[in-house]
Design a protein around this ligand. Structure first.
Ligand SMILES: Nc1nc2c(ncn2[C@@H]2O[C@H](COP(=O)(O)OP(=O)(O)OP(=O)(O)O)[C@@H](O)[C@H]2O)c(=O)[nH]1
Ligand SMILES: [Zn+2]
Length: 208
């Protein structure tokens, strides 16, 4: 009996540790960081900073509360039988690296080959990029997540995603190599199996 109670207590404690903190707790954490950095959180300029930072984080990490299937669910069919590549280039984004929580600044290029029956509003592709950018990320995960979300929702013949980004954790700190960019790609469907489709995508993106 004692053993069971211990297991239940430890499970409850674990659940409590993962409980989403309140706004007040988040603000208190920012105050702790300000003190830890060596500043005085009670001076005039910093009085509202914990609240501002918590609100900023709420906005920067709003992607956790969003589902790509909702955005991609609304499609339309009246496109005169169009079934060739649809490419949206240079979608700018700001994300944050999951290791250091500093910005990743970049551009996404997203293409898909529609199934011949439906397409999605162009802005929805940019919304999907934004949704995943508004979470803690690695560039590799973000690239794959965008491609997989579009593939699963639209079931197109293929999806191609390329991301080019600069990581502030490599620019502002650590190795301090400002200006270096990282390129990642994910291909699904025909983009994965047919090299010609991949080349066409790369030529359009690189040839601009
Ligand atoms: N693959 C990948 N690595 C990333 C990304 N963002 C940051 N990193 C890397 O994650 C690694 C974390 O390495 P650690 O050694 O655990 O942390 P660190 O001591 O802060 O590393 P340095 O940045 O080298 O100072 C670093 O090499 C970062 O450059 C990303 O999107 N993808
Ligand atoms: Zn980082």
């Amino acid at each position: 009996m004692d053993a069971i109670i211990k297991v239940l207590q430890s499970a409850a404690a674990k659940q409590d540790n993962n409980r989403r903190p309140t706004q007040e707790e988040a603000e208190a954490a920012v105050r702790t960081l300000l003190l830890w950095a060596g500043d005085n959180p009670d001076r005039e300029g910093l009085l509202d900073t914990p609240q501002r930072v918590a609100n900023t984080y709420k906005e920067l990490f709003s992607g956790y509360a969003q589902d790509p299937a909702d955005v991609l669910g609304r499609t339309f069919e009246e496109v005169a039988g169009y079934e060739d590549m649809i490419l949206i280039q240079d979608i700018p984004f700001f994300s944050h690296c999951e290791h250091h929580m500093v910005p990743i600044i970049g551009k996404a290029h997203v293409a898909y080959l529609p199934d011949g029956e439906k397409v999605v509003g162009l802005s929805k592709i940019a919304r999907v990029v934004d949704m995943f950018a508004h979470r803690l990320q690695t560039q590799e995960s973000m690239t794959a997540q965008i491609a997989n979300a579009i593939q699963e929702s639209l079931r197109p013949r293929g999806v191609a995603v390329m991301i080019e980004a600069e990581h502030m954790c490599m620019a502002m700190r650590g190795i301090r190599k400002a200006g270096s960019t990282t390129t990642t790609t994910t291909f699904t469907g025909s983009f994965k199996t047919e090299i010609n489709e991949q080349v066409r995508f790369m030529t359009l993106v690189r040839g601009r």
